[in-house]
Design a binder for this molecule. Structure first.
Ligand code: ATP
Ligand code: MG
Ligand code: MG
Length: 554
């Protein structure tokens, strides 16, 4: 196990444990709204919250913040559950829905009304907006602000009973219309919505708002540390106000702690932009491997361990900053270098003919499945007279420092023989038909003579008679620039036109029978995964997860 690197949140928790502040196990939560697919940013929050619970022997709750009936769906609940599990975390019995608390939330609202801490406002939306004031001008009290608790209770109960249309009334917390913090200018805590909820159906026609619901849900579940992103810092006074006022009836007050959200270059994480990428047909659905959703990441071949490593590596801070995409990609490389077995694929094939190798003959070479894990053994790779090699492993006139095939040069066919290149055969249009070479029979890898000839180049290859053609999708970064849409430009114009290239490539035939979602390093070419959606038995599709080296470095 890796050592835990401390951070300001862990420091707070350590102090709380030292002073026995909670007399309760460390309890965190991940509180998504089930209104969309989770993205890389959510992975940071998930790894952080579940990681704290794991490291402190506490619990992390999975709570669906489902108080917006129009926007939420069971489909999103299911995909969120899958994503959190896929990232390697388990909430045990602690899966909750804010909608489970609708009765309690309602009762607490009546408590606030009875104590003159909330009132029913009947201004229309425009008047409410008008009376909110500005940064320079304090808000104006609503003409309904001094309704008596009895009046308010009557109206609130009738709101609940369905007597009024959407928007006719709202329930507001009675705090301070002159507060410099807008969130405290009598925030709305309940509104009327005659809408069917994905879990409670038509039981309710009034729904509590996020700020009111969230803190109470945290308190009901005895959360100790309510970790959220920085934009909620201004909401903390409201979080604390609600729980202070409800202290007599709830008696639990979690500490809200804010951290900087993940901002990542070369992608967009805003839900609105992700929706327009999908709906505009710029990507192939929510699980497109280029999209920064977790379903997309999984299809791309990114790994859960890679995300956990990434979260640990970037740490948590109080200041907004940008993380370069290469940091995430490097974490995936690091994990896959350990996790992925090696195989051979030729992505841009040309023929290499060994002229002194008998026709109709073949032999086996042995390739290690994992250079770092000899216990994974070796597999047989057939060699014959005609091979597929990569087009750029041959150069008629080599550039400086080019050590691969060119006339007169010797290279090693990895796991096979040293060959000496004799030149290439061209078609009438100048295209290479085949590269030719002679092999040195005493130099086979794994035999006594293997080192008798020293060469600088080492290339991969496949026997043409034994290899199989498959579809390979070469994915790259979705956007061509670090900050898509910067300077008010249309971010769609920054899409990388080469973010997806579909090719036919040759692979070892045994790969045809691979189940979906197997990760491999295709030697010298990068990390690939068998697509979990489009692969069928005998006909896999491979997605490039990431190249072996960063090709984007400035
Ligand atoms: P919206 O509020 O538009 O629905 P959201 O991204 O805030 O979008 P939530 O479902 O509210 O979605 O998020 C669940 C949790 O994930 C929240 O605690 C939120 O702070 C956290 N989260 C969201 N985006 C990021 C991010 N980029 N980095 C870190 N945490 C994030
Ligand atoms: Mg969300
Ligand atoms: Mg949110």
């Amino acid at each position: 196990e890796k050592p835990v690197i401390s951070n300001f949140i862990r420091n707070i928790i350590d102090d709380d444990i030292a002073s026995n502040k909670w007399n309760h196990p460390v309890t965190t939560r991940f509180p998504p709204e089930p209104n969309g697919y989770l993205h890389y940013g959510h992975a940071k929050s998930i790894c952080l919250n579940f990681g704290l619970a794991r490291d402190y022997g506490g619990a992390c709750h999975l709570r669906f913040d489902d108080t917006n009936p129009e926007k939420e769906e069971q489909e999103y609940v299911d995909s969120i559950i899958d994503a959190v599990r896929w990232l390697g975390f388990d909430w045990g019995d602690n899966k909750f829905f804010a909608s489970d608390y609708f009765d309690k939330l309602y009762a607490y609202a009546e408590f606030l009304i009875e104590h003159s801490l909330a009132y029913v406002d009947s201004q229309d939306a425009a008047a409410m907006r008008e009376n909110r004031g500005t940064h320079l001008v304090p808000g104006t009290n609503s003409p309904y602000r001094e309704r008596t608790p009895a009046e308010n209770l009557d109206l609130f109960r009738r709101m609940k009973a369905g007597e009024f249309a959407d928007g006719a009334h709202v329930l507001r917390a009675k705090i301070d219309m002159a507060s410099p913090n807008f969130n405290l200018r009598d925030p709305v805590i309940y509104r009327i919505r005659h809408a069917e909820h994905h879990r409670t159906g038509n039981t309710w026609c009034i729904y509590p708002l996020y700020d009111y619901t969230h803190c109470i849900s945290d308190a009901i579940e005895h959360i100790t540390h309510s970790v959220c992103t920085l934009e909620f810092e201004d909401h903390r006074p409201l979080y604390d106000w609600v729980l202070d006022k409800l202290q007599p009836v709830i008696g639990w007050h979690p500490q809200q702690i804010e951290f900087a959200r993940l901002n990542l270059t070369y992608v967009v994480l805003s839900k609105r932009k992700l929706i327009s990428l999908v709906e505009g047909g710029h990507v192939d659905g929510w699980d497109d491997p280029r999209l920064p959703t977790l379903v997309g990441a999984r299809r791309r071949g990114f790994t859960a361990a890679g995300f956990r490593l990434f979260t640990d590596r970037i740490g948590v801070s109080k200041g907004d900053s940008w993380i370069d995409m290469s940091v995430l990609e490097d974490c995936m490389r690091e994990d896959l270098n350990q996790a992925a077995e090696r195989r051979i694929a030729v992505l841009d094939p040309i023929k290499l003919i060994i002229d002194n190798y008998a026709e109709n003959q073949s032999e086996v070479c042995y390739a290690p499945n994992h250079p770092l894990k000899p216990e994974l053994g070796k597999r047989e790779v057939p060699l014959s007279r005609e091979l597929w090699i990569e087009r750029d492993d041959y150069m008629e006139t080599p550039t400086k420092g080019y050590f691969r095939l060119f006339p007169g040069n010797k290279v090693r066919l990895r796991y096979g023989y040293v060959v000496e290149c004799t030149g290439a055969e061209y078609g009438t249009d100048g295209e290479i038909i085949a590269v030719h070479c002679q092999y040195l029979p005493e130099t086979k890898s794994g035999t006594a003579g293997a080192d008798s000839v020293k060469v600088k180049g080492n290339i991969h290859w496949l026997s043409a008679a034994h290899a199989s053609a498959v579809e390979v999708r070469l994915y790259d970064r979705l956007f061509a620039v670090p900050h898509p849409g910067a300077d008010d430009k249309d971010y769609l114009l920054d899409i990388n036109p080469l973010s997806k290239q579909v090719i036919s490539a040759y692979v070892e035939s045994a790969l045809l029978d691979m189940p979906a979602e197997q990760h491999f390093q295709f030697e010298r070419n990068g990390y690939f995964v068998s697509d979990r959606v489009d692969s069928v038995a005998g006909k896999p599709v491979f997605n490039r997860t990431v190249t072996l080296k960063d090709t984007w470095a400035a």
